[in-house]
Design a protein around this ligand. Structure first.
Ligand code: SAM
Length: 281
């Protein structure tokens, strides 16, 4: 296998800088640079883009993104132990890598980037869903980013791309598919990581659509969907009782039988229901 850059192999980087993995930080590292370059390629043509990476760790994916030609990478890492390794990468790619030592939940790194922007990350499992929901629910659409290429636990990836009628279908599927094209582009076994996690992982690629698939107020849609799936086993007329005394009328007007369960309701129907709710406020 050919080296993707002239930097030391990642096992050596980890040994040199004492980067033993911390479970509390969701540290499952990718050490195969051919694999990280492959993930970077899933993000599309990066040559004209600024890329935001959350959780670079020892820098495997960072090196993939840079070797695949990213114009610039901004990496946000909470673990200060990783900074010397990341500085070495920055020196090898002058002017193209900036690292912020901080918590991705506390800062808004997107403000530091110049469009076009893509986001790529092997996310720490404990904050992955929260970050995704934030990226999917900005105040205006289209968002500042063009695409998200994100590693999740397989079960979360399945929830993002799930279709109505499946067990995995829920709030995450509706939020993601309403305004994005979402696909699973790679599956990875636990053995691809060091240390190996308990479960399989998958990379999801989401492309922002220029406009939502169906009109709806984002706040209302989000509230309706959260309520509907909070009690997913109940019929909608019961699960959504708190919305309004007219909930059965609203469901009928949206073309949904009040006896249906959230799992059966399509994205188009949820949007129609959100419009009914908004119109009767
Ligand atoms: N990108 C590296 C790779 O693929 O080998 C590391 C991925 S590892 C799954 C997740 C990384 O996110 C770790 O480096 C961890 O320290 C970092 N991290 C965890 N919580 C974070 C947070 N709140 N903000 C920024 N980085 C975080």
């Amino acid at each position: 296998m050919s080296a993707i850059d002239a930097l030391p192999p990642l096992r050596e980087v980890i040994a040199t800088h004492g980067l033993s993995a911390k479970k509390a930080l969701g540290q499952n590292f990718l050490l195969d640079l051919n694999l990280t370059a492959k993930i970077a390629r899933q993000a599309g043509d990066l040559s004209q883009c600024d890329v935001l990476e959350i959780g670079p760790g020892p820098g495997g994916l960072t090196r993939g993104l840079l070797s695949e030609g990213a114009r610039r990478v901004l990496a946000v890492e909470k673990d200060a132990r990783c900074l010397p390794a990341l500085e070495q990468i920055a020196a090898a790619y002058p002017g193209r890598l900036e690292v912020i030592n901080g918590d991705a939940l506390q800062i808004d790194p997107l403000a530091h980037l110049t469009p076009p922007i893509r986001i790529a990350a092997n996310l720490p499992y404990n904050i992955g869903t929260e970050l995704l929901v934030r990226w999917l629910t900005p105040p205006v659409w289209p968002p500042v980013w063009q695409s998200l290429t994100l590693m999740f636990q397989r079960e979360v990836a399945d929830r993002i791309v799930a279709a109505p009628g499946s067990k995995a279908y829920g709030r995450l599927a509706v939020l993601a598919q309403w305004r994005c094209e979402a696909r699973i582009v790679m599956s990875l076994p636990p053995a691809a990581f060091t240390p190996p996690p308990k479960v399989a992982s998958a990379v999801v690629h989401l492309t922002a659509l220029p406009a939502p698939r169906f009109p709806a107020d984002p706040g209302v849609l989000s509230r309706v969907v959260a309520m509907a799936f909070n009690q997913r086993r109940k019929m909608l007329r019961a699960a959504l009782k708190g919305l309004s005394p007219e909930v059965e009328d609203m469901l009928h007007a949206a073309g949904i039988a009040p006896t249906e369960r959230a799992e059966q309701v399509s994205l188009e129907q949820f949007c129609a229901l959100a419009r009914e709710v908004a119109a009767r406020r």
